[in-house]
Design a protein around this ligand. Structure first.
Ligand SMILES: [Zn+2]
Length: 64
């Protein structure tokens, strides 16, 4: 695994790979149940923080 892969996290809302360092630098992170989640943009972060449970539902399919 290279450095780039280690830095990547999956945006739970849209399914995109997100660079953790870049997302953190832009404030595109949210805490939920002690875990930190990373987002590609403000829209996804907002969607997640409004209704986190929706994105943990196994039937939820990430999409843009
Ligand atoms: Zn996203």
């Amino acid at each position: 695994m290279n450095e780039l892969e280690m830095a990547a996290a999956k945006d739970p809302v849209c399914g995109m790979d997100v660079n953790r360092e870049i997302a953190a630098a832009q404030g595109l992170t949210a805490e939920h149940d002690g875990e930190t989640y990373f987002f590609c943009g403000k829209g996804c972060k907002l969607d997640f923080t409004e209704d986190p449970a929706r994105y943990f539902d196994p039937s939820y399919e990430p999409h843009m």
